[in-house]
Design a protein around this ligand. Structure first.
Ligand SMILES: CC(C)(COP(=O)(O)OP(=O)(O)OC[C@H]1O[C@@H](n2cnc3c(N)ncnc32)[C@H](O)[C@@H]1OP(=O)(O)O)[C@@H](O)C(=O)NCCC(=O)NCCS
Length: 165
């Protein structure tokens, strides 16, 4: 594997969409990610906030760090099945932390499912009882599981302050 984590290019949007779409929340309670359409992916990528794990041209995984009202959120974090448990998720998390720290954030947060909680905890994230209002207004409201009982857990990673970088 020749893995590089790099900013997503405009032209990656369709492949990213395919990967995310195979893992979105469904009415039957399955799924792990908020649906995101290709247009939104392109626009986030054009702002430099979507990144991909690229294995010599193959899309191994992706994630984005959104920044709204001073809050950094890791979103759309997924690794293609054939690449799992080989450190790709860890590489994406590290890149996301770096991006959030460079943007001046103190905390990077994510909403995670039970199965992925261990991955976050082994990368320094801690469970927290907190869900930003902006997240509810922007994403949760369009999730098929919003009214049927969300089981996601908030986790936070405390980023090093400027002085420690
Ligand atoms: C969660 C996901 C992105 C992890 O990707 P991955 O490439 O398999 O993760 P890694 O191989 O980098 O593993 C990272 C760490 O988590 C650990 N880990 C991996 N799978 C784990 C699991 N199911 N439970 C607990 N720990 C796990 C690894 O041992 C590793 O620990 P280390 O860094 O101390 O060695 C991947 O399973 C996935 O795409 N799942 C479906 C989508 C999803 O749930 N996304 C998260 C939404 S919040």
């Amino acid at each position: 594997m020749k893995l590089v984590v790099r900013p997503a290019a405009h032209g990656d949007a369709e492949r990213i969409h395919e990967l995310i779409d195979a893992h979105t929340f469904r009415e039957d309670g399955s799924g792990y990610l908020i649906p995101v359409d290709t247009e939104e992916i392109r626009s986030i990528a054009d702002d430099g906030r979507f990144f991909v794990a690229d294995d010599d041209g193959s899309l191994a995984g992706c994630a984005s760090v959104l920044d709204y009202n001073g809050i950094a959120e890791l979103r759309s974090f997924v690794v293609a099945r054939e690449y799992r448990e080989r450190g790709v998720g860890r590489a994406l998390l590290e890149y996301g932390k770096q991006r959030a720290a460079e943007a001046g954030h103190e905390v990077l947060y994510a909403l995670v499912n039970k199965e992925a909680l261990g991955v976050f905890e082994s990368n320094g994230f801690e469970p927290a009882a907190y869900r930003p209002l902006e997240k509810l207004q922007r994403d949760c409201i369009r999730c098929p599981l919003y009214k049927r009982g969300c089981r996601e857990q908030t986790v936070v990673f405390r980023l090093p302050s400027n002085g420690n970088r």
